[in-house]
Design a protein around this ligand. Structure first.
Ligand SMILES: N[C@@H](CCC(=O)N[C@@H](CS)C(=O)NCC(=O)O)C(=O)O
Length: 264
């Protein structure tokens, strides 16, 4: 049995079809899905993807050009032009934590009760403040990884021909600089060691439990899992998976996501 019951949230718009009135198929149901505006390598965007999948909400993604952000819809003046932005039922919601709260309010909740809620919240906060900050430093930390990341961004973004060439050529340089900046901001340590220290904390919080708050999946699991998914194609992910308890947890959460994922 999946930990989260499979359900799909779809605003259903019934469109009358020109069919004989006695036909059983009088209407066709068009499913409205959510739209996630994202960058392919943004850990916060992957956090939202994990929540949408675990909750069985069908969604499509729009890759935002990081230079122009022209794909982003018109946002209210108090919303920053950052990804992720989720459009759901005609509403625009920005910021991964705000989006996850919004989904918690409208769908079956993954927020545990009592003390476990404090732990789930703490792990989501850690994901935003520490894990999501350290990951880019790791994946852009070496020239080879930065070049790989630049390729992924160029491939998935809506760049024109010239911008694409610029990103492929100069992207690794920029990303490497970004990695250095992040490292400096966090005390100038080695990014791999910083990530290992963060994963030590996570492993301790997880202990021998199935999920971070015990037997049930929580927002804390979703946040951390989504964030880690972002680096799945990078060598650093292999290092994390050398931790047996973390690897088993990762597979468990992955299974929930895959079981509940809505057909897009
Ligand atoms: N607190 C925000 C952080 C979002 C964020 O920093 N997004 C980055 C991408 S990972 C972004 O859009 N950067 C573009 C910019 O700052 O112009 C969240 O949780 O969603």
């Amino acid at each position: 049995m999946p930990t989260v019951a499979r359900f799909q949230v779809r605003a259903q718009l019934a469109l009358p079809l020109a069919l004989p009135s006695d036909s059983w198929q009088k209407r066709i149901v068009q499913t409205t899905t959510a739209t996630l505006y994202q960058f392919e390598l943004c850990p916060f965007c992957h956090k939202v993807r994990a929540a949408l999948e675990a909750k069985g909400i069908a969604f499509e993604t729009v890759e935002v050009n990081p230079m122009t952000k022209k794909e982003l819809p018109e946002l209210e003046s108090n919303m920053r032009r950052k990804v992720p932005v989720l459009q759901i039922d005609g509403e625009l919601v920005a910021d991964s934590t705000v989006i996850l709260n919004h989904l918690e309010e409208r769908e079956a909740s993954l927020t545990p009760a009592g003390d476990a809620k404090a732990k789930s919240d703490m792990i989501e906060q850690w994901t935003d403040d520490d894990l999501a900050q350290v990951l880019p430093a790791v994946i852009y930390g070496t020239w080879r990884d930065a070049a790989r990341a630049a390729k992924v961004v160029a491939r998935t973004s809506n760049f024109g021909f010239v911008q694409n060439a610029v990103v492929r050529g100069g992207g690794s340089l920029i990303m490497h600089q970004v990695a250095k900046k992040i490292s400096a901001k966090r005390g100038g340590g080695n990014p791999k060691e910083m990530l290992a220290a963060e994963m030590d904390k996570f492993e301790e919080w997880l202990g021998d439990q199935r999920f971070v708050c015990g037997d049930e999946l929580s927002v804390g699991d979703i946040a951390a899992h989504g964030c880690l998914t972002c680096i799945r194609d990078f060598p650093a992910f292999g290092d994390i998976m050398k931790r047996p308890r973390v690897a088993a947890w990762f597979e468990r959460v992955q299974e929930v996501r895959e079981t509940n994922r809505a057909a897009n």
